[in-house]
Design a protein around this ligand. Sequence first.
Ligand SMILES: Nc1ncnc2c1ncn2[C@@H]1O[C@H](COP(=O)(O)OP(=O)(O)O)[C@@H](O)[C@H]1O
Ligand SMILES: [Mg+2]
Length: 392
Amino acid sequence: MDNVNTWLVMGKDRKDTVNFEIKFNMGLSDTLKLIQRRFSGAAESVKRRNLINFPGQIPSSNNRKIDHCTLAELGRGGYGKVFKTVDMYSGDIMAVKQMDGVRELVKSRDREIYAFTSLKHPHVMNLLASYISTRTGKTELFMPIQQGALDDLMVSTRSRTEASSIGQQALVQMLSGLDYLAYRGFIHRDIKPGNVLYDTNHLGQYTFKLTDFGLTTPASAAKTHIGTGVFMAPEVYDKYGKQTPKADIWSLYITMLWVLDVDKFRSRMRTAEFDSKTAVRKVALKNAVNNSDLAYLRNMAIYDQDPRASAAQMLAGYGRRDLITSPAGSSMLPLPENHFDNWIKSNHHRDEVHGETRRRQDIHREDCREDSEEIRENTQEKASQEDSQEDS
Ligand SMILES: Nc1ncnc2c1ncn2[C@@H]1O[C@H](COP(=O)(O)OP(=O)(O)O)[C@@H](O)[C@H]1O
Ligand SMILES: [Mg+2]
């Protein structure tokens, strides 16, 4: 430790020099240890230890302040702006989400902090600290910095193969995060590409994390029609039935349509076309039925919440029980291969039985009646093709 020069001398020919000695807040040896640790790779856990931890759900201005200096804007959404920032004390680079304290946003802010502090999982973003800045009056949420969000990542991918490989990695990791949320009794309610963060390690492997808990709520309290339209589950959009963690599964399915850019999903989203829930649902349904690339994913695209796959069932189907937090049980069994087809069939059966009766849950089916007809034909066609194959 002694071989570090802490002296800085300015001047000419050793005459009239001005000498500075660098003093380290934490002492030289601790500072050097800190720097070494920062190189050790376990950046996130190290950051956790070095930052002052603020317990409790609601930020309080009595907490000690993190002296930080924002460097660049990373993104913004409906609830605040996110900046890259440097902790002046440790030199750590972090992300800080700054939210206004205006009354309409207080609920969302508290919801976010509550979820953030309650959740701890490798595929869920963690909160390092939070407090209300005395200088700006804004609530600041500090979190580890990631390379960006899934939307930016996909826009920069060049080929379909790359997109599908990234998509597959994001899918299982997000299912793992959602299974954990469901197990903890939370519904995220705003699953979409901008709320999935990614980071890469030195081997180029991706880690994805769910973030933005501004709408996250315990399932027991979920009532409001809330979220981002295109990605919103039918039961949330149409306000029927209870909201459950299955709403997030639907949104993840739509996220995958966006990621894989199925049927030019991304460019269509930029037009007014997808302002209509029917248009989105048609694409969702059509691809669930016809797109062989999405074969197993289609169990996430079931309108009815009960038969819609849970995250644990999806993971079990992918042979990734290691990513499941929910306790072992029937939910950990993969869904049978004909699960989706059976749902389609029983759905038609029910439509026929109820005839003209317009149950609330059936409104969207009526919206998609044309598609329904097409699917019925397709399913019959497929079945008869399979029959004839078996015959031959
Ligand atoms: N920890 C982070 N590291 C890097 N970028 C981030 C981080 N958190 C958020 N961002 C960027 O900021 C955007 C908005 O963050 P988000 O938490 O979703 O806020 P909002 O509630 O305003 O939507 C994200 O889509 C992402 O691009
Ligand atoms: Mg967001």
